[in-house]
Design a protein around this ligand. Structure first.
Ligand SMILES: Cc1ncc(COP(=O)(O)O)c(C=O)c1O
Length: 383
């Protein structure tokens, strides 16, 4: 391994994960301990005093995430929403204004509309691919944060991270990027000008649908320290077993993402040619409005494909209930393929809001199974 510039795969397997100095264990142990023996009053060993504040398994994951995102500090949380809440309450105070996407994970919108807004933090939802519209919203009133999700859940809109970083920074706002759909392998927002990256590690980072977790990575060490203070003060930390599962998932992230992308590209092309499908939303398609920006800032286009049915909501629900390899379930980013109806499932909380999704929409999380089985399954379900 090049000691100077280790590659992504090398960092995913080794960063923050030196062999145990006591016994040589190659894999970071699950430190199932709440507290630590101190050598004297106020003399914790290596800074470990209580596991809400620091835990060695979590520290390994946090270091690894920081390395993969080229950040100064990584922090691991109990869920993506716990990470978002901690970030929001660190960066904002009552009276502040935040620009948010007009398409985003339903739970993120719920956090802004049902939790942050009653607390006194106002938001404006903007179509993020329209940089001028974001600039106008940021300039319309003092803005603390521009909150980006790219690609977005579930409509796969693509936001231009460097352009939005410039818009945010010229007005003194911070740029936050939820990069969950891309994963650290396909997109590294801090290298494009973002201040903080958010991940639901439940998704591609964990990768096996067996853990719920979240992460923040900052470009700036000072902001990382403020977030670490709030992480400890609020306490929504990742437990050691959960941290270990995500750490194990990261080791294979690169190879999994390549296969997710291979399969998703085939699925998108298959759906585009199907007479019952009205529109396929996938940034890898050359006619996708965000294709050019995605090509500039992403390694490939990801494993999520959404599509709209010519037959409307009833047809969309029918397809979701007819697949056999694609499991009807919420979430995404695991090795197995999932199908869902966002309007009635993950995004039900956005109904009646500017983030409401079309009811003829189906979202696929394309897994890493044999591609012919996935195409057969979709073909059968579409009829
Ligand atoms: C883009 C995005 N961000 C954040 C979250 C929230 O993460 P979690 O479910 O781990 O709390 C999700 C969950 O689906 C998501 O899709």
């Amino acid at each position: 391994m090049s000691e100077q510039h280790p590659g992504f795969e090398t960092l995913a397997i080794h960063a923050g994960q030196d062999a145990d100095p006591n016994n040589g264990a190659v894999i970071t142990p699950i430190y199932a301990t709440s507290t630590y023996l101190q050598d004297g009053v106020g003399s914790p060993r290596q800074g470990y005093e209580y596991s809400r504040t620091r835990n060695p398994t979590r520290s390994a994951l946090e270091e690894c995430l920081a390395a993969l995102e080229h950040g100064a500090r990584g922090l691991a949380f109990a869920s993506g929403m716990a990470a978002e809440d901690t970030l929001l309450r660190t960066l904002c105070k009552p009276g502040d204004h935040v620009v948010i996407p007009d398409d985003a994970y339903g739970g993120t919108y719920r956090l802004f509309s049902k939790v942050a807004e009653p607390w006194g933090v106002a938001h404006t939802a903007v179509h993020l691919p329209n940089v001028d519209a974001v600039r106008a919203a940021v300039r319309s009133r003092p803005t603390a944060v521009v909150w980006v999700e790219t690609p977005t859940n579930p409509l796969l809109a693509v936001a231009d991270i460097p352009a939005l970083a410039e818009v945010a920074h010229e007005s003194g706002a911070l740029l936050v990027v939820d990069s969950t759909f891309a994963s650290p392998y396909l997109q590294q927002p801090l290298t494009l000008g973002a201040d903080v990256v958010v991940h639901s590690t439940t998704k591609y980072c964990g990768g096996h649908s067996d853990v719920v977790g979240g992460a923040l990575v900052t470009a700036d060490a000072g902001l990382g320290e403020r977030l670490a203070f709030h992480q400890n003060a609020m306490g929504a930390v990742a437990g050691p077993f959960d941290a270990w599962l995500v750490l194990r998932g990261l080791k294979t992230l690169a190879v999994r993402m390549e296969r997710h992308c291979d399969n998703a590209e085939r699925v998108a092309a298959f759906l585009q040619a199907h007479p019952k499908v009205g529109q396929v939303l996938y940034p890898g398609l050359s006619d996708h409005p965000g294709h050019e920006v995605a090509t500039k800032q992403m390694r490939r286009y990801g494993g999520i494909v959404s599509f709209r049915l010519r037959g409307g909501a009833a047809a969309a629900i029918e397809v979701c209930e007819r697949t056999r390899v694609f499991a009807l379930a919420e979430s995404l980013g695991g090795i197995e393929s999932l199908i869902e109806h966002p309007g009635r499932m993950t995004h039900a909380s956005a109904a009646g809001s500017p983030l409401e999704v079309p009811d003829d929409l189906v979202r696929l999380s394309v897994g890493i199974e044999t591609i012919d089985d996935l195409l057969d399954d979709l073909g059968r379900a579409l009829g």
